[in-house]
Design a protein around this ligand. Structure first.
Ligand code: SF4
Length: 97
């Protein structure tokens, strides 16, 4: 069982989950208690071949907890904000063109 399967039981399994580097890893590594380092999880994610799919999944589903695709909750929130700003800027450019 991968971390994603452990926390994603409420949704349909993704086809890329079987290639996850976190397969067999204790899910607590990816959902550390406050004050516990996220570094071990992020190190595993660095060499994961489905990292981008994992991150997109977390961004699309609004996953609020844990390390997904090598990013923390706060880092994912920043990515979502940056994308929203870029999208808004693109839209306003199209309107004014
Ligand atoms: S990027 Fe990290 S959390 Fe996502 S599947 Fe790979 S090892 Fe697991």
């Amino acid at each position: 069982m991968t971390v994603l399967e452990a926390v994603g039981r409420r949704i349909e399994a993704m086809p890329w989950w079987d290639r996850a580097s976190c397969s067999g890893v204790d899910p607590d590594v990816f959902f550390p208690q406050r004050g516990v380092s996220t570094r071990p999880a992020k190190e595993l994610c660095k060499c994961c071949e489905v990292r981008s799919q994992c991150l997109e999944y977390a961004l699309q589903t609004g996953e609020r907890f844990g390390i997904w695709g090598g990013l923390s909750e706060r880092e994912r929130r920043n990515v979502r904000k940056a994308r929203a700003l870029a999208s808004a800027a693109y839209s306003s450019q199209r309107v004014s063109a």
